[in-house]
Design a protein around this ligand. Structure first.
Ligand SMILES: [Zn+2]
Length: 473
């Protein structure tokens, strides 16, 4: 028996698609068995449930392609607040990593997922690197459990390292690296337990050593890539976040970071990298030629002073673009509305920064053509589905999964908008979430998450933060 419901009288629809297809007049969307059955002017079928979406706008649910959920308990750490990437890593995530136990990890994951959901995010890829030999709790299981309890699609990017970075040298032995065999054995376990290769999967596993240049040897990286491809899982990691990557690749391997990835079989349309801020033109061309994707993390790149990734050039070269919030220890607002708002602004700022006066050879005044709202919505939705290989999340069109965010722009920051569809991206903030659907199931209703008491979650977070701070000495 099929079940359907009608989302009716939507004010404006962004589809997540290209060009003229980026918008749909609607005003109604029919959801049939978790799939978009029809879009247009539709009358309710006899007995069909109707969701009144008057004054609401519809986006595809956001797809977040890079995160470290455990960092949701490490926001605004004064020791790292003004530090660039490498000292920040030592000051905040690595310093606190050993203090996580099962309870604190679960709380952090829940906070991060709830924050994302309330921005309209339905799919989360988490790059989790809390693993060490003999670990007394299973972070992978906790991530899948928490995401499932909230009704989200979840992609576990299984981080980890076989090598230590200099800055980890003084950390507790509980953070010692894994062996390659141990890492691969756990990948095999996770794939068996959780990995669903289908294009509408609710659960996926990805091979994701934390940072190719530092986490494993080139030989091990090649072994990992071969393993992943035989197992049919994707590859993900950090790359070229700062000039430090360029120095390391140049100093240790006499090449660029992207060339290093190529030598290790780490380029292709089954690979995506977070950041890719510092790239030379040959690297952009190589990424494009191989179809290697990016998780663009503009807020984290801004917060750590890393720079602004050249998204326009990457897209023109053929690189699949997606958006990731990155961990909340280098972001503090790990939600997809603020992230896409930042992406929209920062691409324009980056392009504008290149403008020079015409008397000095310049040919343009500013950078407002660097990213449209439609571009940003596409990157943050269907772009994300593409890098994750979730082919059934190809935007708001018939036959695709009904992953839909319905916003109502009740906050004064949205009052006076000539084109409401632009609101979340141009305004940022947090629009009222009338509903969030994942595979047609309402996981947020009337701005609330069933089963989640936000005030209680806030109290728990405050207590846990106090305990973390008290345990510092
Ligand atoms: Zn990251």
């Amino acid at each position: 028996m099929t079940t359907s419901f009608l989302i009716s009288n939507i004010d404006a629809i962004m589809t997540g698609l290209h060009g003229a297809a980026a918008r749909h007049a609607g005003p109604d969307i029919r959801v049939v068995d978790g799939v978009i059955g029809a879009i247009g002017k539709l009358a309710p079928l006899p007995g069909e449930a109707v969701v009144d979406a008057t004054d609401c706008i519809a986006y595809p649910s956001w797809v977040n392609t890079h995160h470290h959920l455990f960092q949701s308990m490490l926001k605004g750490d004064p020791a790292g607040i003004d530090a660039s990437l490498t000292p920040w890593l030592a000051a905040t995530p690595y310093r606190y990593r050993a203090r996580f136990d099962e309870k604190l990890f679960r709380l952090a994951v829940r906070i991060g997922l709830v924050e994302l959901m309330r921005s309209g995010c339905g799919t989360v890829a988490d790059h989790n690197y809390l693993y060490y030999p003999g670990m007394p709790y299973d972070t992978s299981a906790i991530l899948f459990e928490e995401a499932e309890a909230l009704g989200l699609r979840f992609v576990l990017c299984r981080g980890g390292a076989t090598q230590t970075r200099q800055l980890e040298a003084e950390l507790p032995t509980a953070l010692r690296p894994e062996t390659l065999d141990g890492y691969l054995a756990d990948m095999e376990r996770l794939i068996k337990l959780y990995h669903d290769p289908s294009p509408m999967a609710m659960r996926r596993v990805v091979m994701a050593p934390t940072t190719p240049l530092y986490s494993a040897t080139p030989e091990e990286l090649r072994t990992m890539a071969g393993f992943a491809r035989r197992a049919g899982v994707r590859l993900h990691s950090h790359l070229s976040e700062t000039v430090g990557y360029q120095d390391t690749a140049h100093g240790k391997h006499h090449c660029t970071p992207v060339e290093f990835a190529e030598r290790c079989d780490w380029l292709g349309d089954d690979v995506w990298f977070a950041h890719l801020v510092k790239l030379d033109p040959s690297e952009i061309a190589l990424l494009g030629k191989t179809g290697t994707g990016i998780a663009h993390c503009p807020q984290s790149n801004g917060r750590l002073g890393s720079g602004i990734a050249p998204i326009r050039q990457l897209e023109e070269a053929g690189v699949p673009i997606s958006i990731g919030v990155d961990g909340a220890a280098s972001n503090e607002a790990a939600d997809m509305v603020s992230e896409t708002h930042a992406a929209w602004l920062m691409q324009r700022a980056r392009r504008g920064q290149e403008a020079t006066p015409s008397y000095a050879g310049g040919s343009f005044e500013g950078g407002a053509d660097a990213a449209t709202v439609e571009d940003v919505v596409r990157w943050g939705t269907t772009g994300g589905a593409r890098v994750l290989g979730l082919g059934a999340l190809d935007g708001l069109q018939v036959g695709q999964q009904a992953d839909i965010a319905l916003y109502r722009l009740d906050d004064p920051r949205y009052f006076g908008l000539h084109d409401p569809a632009l609101g979340p991206v141009v305004g940022g903030g947090r629009p009222y979430l009338k509903a969030l659907y994942v595979a047609g199931r309402a996981v947020v209703e009337d701005d609330g998450i069933p089963g989640i008491d936000l005030a209680a979650l806030g109290r728990e977070a405050r207590q846990a933060t106090r305990r973390l701070l008290a345990a510092q000495d």
